[in-house]
Design a protein around this ligand. Structure first.
Ligand SMILES: Cc1cc2nc3c(=O)[nH]c(=O)nc-3n(C[C@H](O)[C@H](O)[C@H](O)COP(=O)(O)OP(=O)(O)OC[C@H]3O[C@@H](n4cnc5c(N)ncnc54)[C@H](O)[C@@H]3O)c2cc1C
Length: 485
C-alpha cells in the first residue's frame, strides 16, 4: 500500500472553479493593471520584502519547483548564473537531444503539446523552459550567482550573497533549496602532463560539437552517455575518433528501453489505455526501492535476449558491457549512482563496427604534448581530448556554496545504500537527502531527471508550504549520515 501527500487541506492550489478572476470588474480609481502589479512584486521581492524560499539553480528542476511554490503562494526567488532560463541546456554539445521520450519529460502543470517530438533537441528544451518560467510568472533572477550562503540558527534565517548582474544583493530567506543539478560539477581526472598538451582539451560539458574537427585525431575518455554522443557527433563531422573505456558500461537501445521498460507507463500506447502522467508517476513511485531491482531484473533479461546480436557485436569489438551489479539494468544504475550507462541512439553501432575505434580495459596514464599514453603502454596521437568523465555529487554544491562543514554534516546525496558500485551500504531506503529534510536545518536538495523533478517537486513544495503556514512538520526517521561524499 502506498500513501502519498497530494495537498494541504485549507491551503489547496487555486485551480478550476477556484481560479482567480483576473479582471477586476467594476470601476476602480487608480486601478493597477496585472503588469503593474507583477512588476511591483518583482521589484520588491528580494529588496523590500524577503522571499520565504530561495532556489539556487534555475534549470528544469528549479523552474518546476518554483512553479509549484508559486501556485502554493510561497514567496520564492529562483536564481541562476545563466543569462536566460534554459541556458544550461543550450550550452551543452550541439547534437544533444533528450535521451528520455516526451511522455516521461513533461514539466508540472503544462505538458508539452501533442506534436512535440519524442526526443526533444536541447535548444528546444531550453526555449520551452524559458517560456515556462515566463508564463508561470516565476520570480526568476537570471545572471545571478550565489557566491556564499550561511545559516543563522538563532534567527533561523539564511544569508545569501548574490551577484546579480554585477551588483551584490543580500537575501535572507527562511528556506534554501539547492537545485544546482546532479550533472553540474564536472569531474575531470588530474592526469600528469595535461598542461603540456598542445591540442584542444575539455570536459564533455564544455564540448561545443564536432565542427572544425574533420580529419582530426580525437580521443574521448569515457564510455557512458556523453562519451557516446560526442563520439558519434565527432564521427559525423569526419573526425578520426577513439573512445577510451576504463570499466564496463551498461548499454540499452533506446527503442528497446521504450518498449520493454517505459512503454507500460510512458508511451502513446499507455496514454490510449488511460494512463495519465500523474498516475504513471505515482505507480512508478509506489515500488519500494528495496524490491525495485527484483522487478527490473526480468525486464533486462528480456532486453538482453531481444538485442542479443547487438550485444554480441559490441563485445566482439572489445566493448566491456554490464547490466548492473545484479543485472537490474538502467534505472537501478541511475538511482544507485547516476552514471554508468548509455541509452543507445546509434553510437554503439559505430563502436561495434569499428567506425569509432575503441581502447578498452585501459586507463589513461599520462597526457603527452601530442598524445594520450594508456596503461597498456600504447599511445593515442591526439589533436582533441574530451574528458567525458562525468559529474560530481550534489554534495559538492553544498561544499562550494555553503561550506565543507555543512556538506559533511548533510553527507552524500543520491543513491540509497544498495551496497553496489558507487552506492555503498548500509541500506538507507530512500535517495539520500533528496526532497526531504536534511541534517542542516532549512536546507533542501532538489534534482534528478525531468520525471523525478516533476513528481518529487510536489512533495518538496508541500513540505515548504507547510512550514510557511506553521503546520506542524515532525520528521519521522531522519536519515543518518554514513558517507560524506
Ligand atoms: C549530456 C546530458 C544529457 C542528459 N539528458 C537527459 C534527458 O534526456 N532527460 C533528463 O531528464 N535528464 C537528462 N540529463 C540530466 C540533466 O542534467 C537533467 O535533467 C537536468 O539538466 C537537470 O536539471 P536541474 O535543474 O536539476 O539541473 P541543471 O539543468 O544542471 O541546472 C542547474 C542550474 O544551477 C545553476 N547554478 C549552479 N550553481 C549556481 C550558483 N551558485 N548560483 C546560481 N546558479 C547556479 C546553473 O547555472 C544551472 O543552470 C542529461 C544530462 C546531461 C549532462
Amino acid at each position: 500500500m502506498l500513501t502519498a501527500l497530494t495537498e494541504l487541506k485549507g491551503f489547496e492550489e487555486k485551480q478550476g472553479a477556484t481560479r482567480e478572476n483576473g479582471a477586476e470588474h467594476g470601476a476602480h480609481r487608480h486601478r493597477k493593471s496585472w503588469l503593474e502589479r507583477k512588476s511591483r512584486e518583482e521589484a520588491e521581492l528580494g529588496y523590500e520584502k524577503q522571499p520565504y524560499c530561495i532556489v539556487i539553480g534555475g534549470g528544469q528542476g528549479g523552474i518546476g519547483l518554483g512553479a509549484r511554490l508559486k501556485r502554493l503562494g510561497v514567496p520564492t526567488i529562483i536564481i541562476d548564473k545563466h543569462e536566460r532560463p534554459g541556458d544550461a541546456w543550450r550550452e551543452r554539445y550541439k547534437s544533444l537531444c533528450l535521451h528520455d521520450p516526451v511522455w516521461y519529460d513533461h514539466m508540472p502543470y503544462l505538458p508539452f503539446p501533442d506534436h512535440w517530438p519524442v526526443f526533444a533537441p536541447k535548444d528546444k528544451i531550453g526555449d520551452w523552459l524559458e517560456m515556462y518560467a515566463k508564463v508561470m510568472e516565476l520570480n526568476y533572477w537570471s545572471s545571478s550567482e550565489c557566491k556564499r550562503a550561511a545559516y543563522d540558527p538563532i534567527t533561523e534565517e539564511w544569508t545569501l550573497l548574490v551577484d546579480r548582474d554585477g551588483q551584490t544583493v543580500t537575501l535572507r530567506p527562511k528556506q534554501l533549496i539547492l537545485a544546482t543539478g546532479m550533472s553540474g560539477i564536472p569531474s575531470i581526472p588530474e592526469y600528469p602532463g595535461a598542461s603540456s598538451f598542445a591540442g584542444v582539451q575539455h570536459h564533455s560539458s564544455r564540448h561545443p560539437g564536432g565542427e572544425g574537427f574533420a580529419g582530426k585525431r580525437c580521443v574521448v575518455i569515457g564510455s557512458n552517455n556523453s562519451a557516446h554522443d560526442i563520439c558519434a557527433d565527432l564521427w559525423e563531422h569526419g573526425a578520426n575518433v577513439t573512445m577510451v573505456q576504463r570499466s564496463s558500461t551498461h548499454i540499452v537501445k533506446s527503442e528497446t528501453l521504450m518498449e520493454l521498460a517505459l512503454g507500460g507507463l510512458y508511451s502513446e500506447k499507455a496514454l490510449s489505455a488511460g494512463m495519465t502522467t500523474e498516475k504513471a508517476d505515482l505507480t512508478f513511485a509506489s515500488i519500494p526501492y528495496r524490491i525495485m531491482a527484483d522487478f527490473q531484473i526480468p525486464v533486462y533479461a528480456q532486453v538482453a535476449e531481444r538485442d542479443a546480436d547487438f550485444y554480441e557485436r559490441l563485445t566482439k569489438a572489445g566493448f566491456m558491457l554490464d547490466f548492473g551489479d545484479d543485472n537490474s539494468g538502467l534505472f537501478m544504475k541511475y538511482l544507485r549512482r547516476g552514471s554508468g550507462y548509455y541509452i543507445d541512439v546509434g553510437a554503439a553501432e559505430l563502436v561495434a563496427s569499428g567506425e569509432v575505434k575503441l581502447k578498452s580495459a585501459v586507463d589513461v596514464v599520462e597526457i603527452k604534448e601530442h598524445a594520450v599514453l594508456l596503461s597498456d603502454g600504447s599511445e593515442l596521437p591526439a589533436d582533441l581530448i574530451v574528458y567525458a568523465t562525468g559529474y560530481g555529487s550534489m554534495n559538492g554544491w553544498a561544499a562550494k556554496i555553503l561550506s565543507q562543514d555543512v556538506a559533511d554534516k548533510v553527507g552524500k546525496c543520491w543513491g540509497f545504500g544498495s551496497d553496489t558500485k558507487k552506492d555503498p551500504g548500509p541500506w538507507e531506503g530512500e535517495l539520500r537527502n533528496m526532497w526531504k529534510p536534511t541534517q542542516q536545518d532549512a536546507l533542501w536538495f532538489h534534482g534528478g531527471n525531468l520525471h523525478q523533478s516533476r513528481h518529487y517537486s510536489l512533495y518538496l513544495a508541500l513540505q515548504l508550504k507547510a512550514r510557511l503556514e506553521g503546520i506542524p512538520t515532525p520528521v519521522y526517521g531522519m536519515g543518518e549520515v554514513h558517507h560524506t561524499s
